[in-house]
Design a protein around this ligand. Sequence first.
Ligand code: TRP
Length: 334
Amino acid sequence: MFTDKKVLTGLKPTGTPHLGNYLAVIKPAIKMGKKAKEHYMFIADYHAINAEKDPVILNQKLKEIACIYLAAGLDPNKSVFYRQSDIPEIPEITTILYAYTPKGFMNKAHAYKAAVDKNRAAGKPDDDGINMGLYTYPTLMAADILAYDTDIVPVGKDQVQHVEIARDIAGAINAHYNKELLVLPEYSIDEHVAVVPGIDGRKMSKSYGNVIPLFEDDKAIKKAIFSIKTDSRPMEEPKNPDEILVYEIYKSIATSEQLQEMGDGLRQGKLGYGHIKNMLLDAVLNEIKDMREKYNYYIAHFNEVEEMLENGAAKARPVAKATLKRLKDAVFGR
Ligand code: TRP
């Protein structure tokens, strides 16, 4: 489906990924990158500074995210892998896009609206603590997308609106100059990867404290898996697997044969909760074993990663430069 498309994935360097992030975001992004005609993947470090002001933390988060993607199988020879802040054309393109960004779009953008709602709930003035970086976030994101003639942006639901804004801005510019200056991007939501539930049944999320960790030791992973909510029905009682949380989580990691085995065992009353938790634990440990080793390697040899990021930027920059030139020529009538 994406074999003739240029796909771009943006990564926000925040938080330490857990199993849910890995299965629902990281793994599909890498898989899609392998299928696409061209794949760009970048770390949105300019976006990160709106919320994080501590350079030590910013640096640490950037390293973590870069190493996680490499450990999970991102091939920097196939995907153009770079840092947003290494491409000076991005802020230049952003400035041109501002002239075509209706302020009303920004008022309605969900990241800003969520911040306002939070202020209101706390009885604070609407714009308390909100900087212009957050407010104009979608225009910078539009530049990230439009700079590289992106066809497809894989996103989670929360980012759909931002891709639509990028498309609207590009459409307005093309219409104004009556020229295909910018490629109109589309978003894609992977319907196949459902939300991965956490150990309490709600969406797996750090803010709910219900995660299965990725980069902790086996003991911590086991502890989380053995805390997954179950009930007190005895093993012999036939159960509908779709009502069992361990099975729901297993769905996103198991092969179809493995899933069948757990499903049959539950339906026939042959597998108890201890069994199925061990099956899930094995699947998780098996999936992440190599990844944890590689991750530790890259963290310890970040100079190698740094070189990959610089090579990626060297490949990405000429494309952004060409877009900037097209825009400047049109805008200034050169
Ligand atoms: N806003 C995205 C997020 O929060 C990160 C991002 C920045 C991005 N620029 C992008 C994603 C361009 C896709 C394309 O996850």
